[in-house]
Design a protein around this ligand. Structure first.
Ligand SMILES: Nc1ncnc2c1ncn2[C@@H]1O[C@H](COP(=O)(O)OP(=O)(O)O)[C@@H](O)[C@H]1O
Ligand SMILES: [Mg+2]
Length: 391
């Protein structure tokens, strides 16, 4: 696909690849997965799905794993070893050959580092698909690294990734755009260190039950539903194992409805999918980690969700508005509650949502006529067409 963005050139001192740089050979896609966050295994599962489905006639694929200690390694293409199930939690083996990013904006090649040998040039990379969830991946950090190296990548940029990773600032942005959110209280590390009792008193302004969450995590990790003040301290301390910053939200009674959003091509309006619903059938107080990944029969995912007339369109509009408000690029999944009173309340945006063929994001697109391999292709094309730099 050729470059389409010819609007407002950036200042001369911001070096960027010009539109004519668009690759003419088969583009090489580096699939980066694993990572330092608690969602390492989920990221491995997502990478397995993408590596199986990506069209090898169109793209060369370079799998790169990030071990839990942050080491970048050349990964094997063995997708079976990356699948996540109740009996198998995949992990990147950090003992392989190391991988080094280009050291300047004029180099395109990744280098391989092997013990006792000088760095060896690997393939030139045209675009990175950062299939990373959670901190040190979905939060603007790897996006910043890729910006520094001037390498194009799938998904949102630094700011949108960082803000949407943080459930506190996400709400600040939504509220600033007049989008519907529920009541919440933030407990920063400093506030908790200074006066935990005052922090817990602040939570009393919310109705019970509340959801205590790490501000920056995912896959429901560190989240507890708390029904009375008695359980609050333990829930906060548990969430603090994931993030020193905590958000406590009033529990919303409602159906969980999600919408997949794709950036428009060439600056066109964003595209929204049919909306999907997640229902807990048995055994879980909320959509927790086990329900998400290990006990699939406890959950029913349906798309399109059966909703009263006009509600799906309302949710799609809110999802598109949330994507725009956040300045997202590429893709995002917008999660809402639809309450018994007929209100739509935003829960969160995920800038790199679960992306196996069975995950909600691809399923919602499949139900909307865009299959998994085509979706992968679309995301890569959007990324190839998007320059790095201030955008
Ligand atoms: N305020 C809330 N009211 C009711 N349920 C909630 C609330 N916040 C979270 N939940 C439940 O917890 C799940 C995980 O919370 P979420 O904020 O989406 O965290 P994560 O980023 O880990 O997915 C939700 O899918 C929902 O089932
Ligand atoms: Mg969620």
């Amino acid at each position: 696909m050729s470059e389409t963005d010819s609007s407002s050139p950036l200042p001369n001192d911001v070096p960027m690849r010009e539109p004519t740089d668009a690759p003419r050979r088969k583009p090489t896609v580096a699939i980066v997965f694993g990572g330092r966050s608690s969602e390492h295994a989920v990221s491995c599962a997502t990478a397995a799905g993408v590596m199986q489905a990506i069209d090898r006639d169109v793209y060369d694929v370079l799998p790169i794993g990030i071990a839990k200690d942050g080491r970048w390694v050349l990964a094997s293409g063995d997708t079976g070893a990356l699948e996540l199930s109740a009996g198998h939690v995949p992990e990147v083996d950090g003992s392989g050959a190391g991988v080094m990013m280009p050291q300047s904006t004029t180099e395109r090649s990744l280098s391989v580092l092997e013990p006792g040998a000088p760095p060896r040039a690997l393939a030139e990379v045209d675009v990175v698909f950062p299939l990373l969830h959670g901190p040190f991946g979905e939060d603007g950090t790897i996006q910043g690294l890729l910006e520094l190296a001037d390498i194009r990548y799938v998904g949102s940029g630094v700011l949108a990734s960082a803000v949407m990773m943080d459930k506190h600032y996400m709400k600040v942005v939504f509220a600033g755009h007049g989008l519907p959110i529920g009541p919440y209280v933030v407990i920063t590390d400093r506030e908790w260190q200074r006066d935990p009792v005052a922090s817990m008193d602040a939570v009393a302004s919310l109705d019970w039950p509340v959801f205590v969450k790490p501000a920056r995590a995912g896959s429901s990790m560190g989240i507890t539903k708390v029904s009375s003040p008695a359980g609050l301290r333990a829930a906060i301390e548990f969430a603090r194992e994931y993030d020193p910053k905590i958000i406590v939200e009033a529990g919303i009674t409602g159906r969980e409805i999600e919408c997949a959003v794709l950036e428009g091509r060439g600056g066109a309006a964003v595209r929204t999918s049919e909306v999907g619903e997640i229902e807990i059938v048995k055994g879980h107080e909320f959509y927790d980690f086990e329900a998400k990944y290990l006990a699939e029969s406890d959950v029913r995912l349906s798309c399109p969700a059966r909703l009263p007339d006009g509600v799906a369109d309302e949710i799609r509009q809110i999802a598109a508005a949330a994507f725009e408000a956040a300045g997202c690029e590429g893709l995002a999944r917008v999660d809402c509650f639809y309450t018994e009173h007929g209100d739509v309340i935003l829960n969160e945006i995920n800038t790199m949502p679960g992306f196996t063929p069975l995950s909600m994001y691809p399923r919602m697109w499949a139900a909307s006529g865009l299959g998994y391999p085509e979706l992968i292709d679309e995301l890569i094309q959007l990324a190839l067409a998007r320059r790095t730099g201030l955008r």
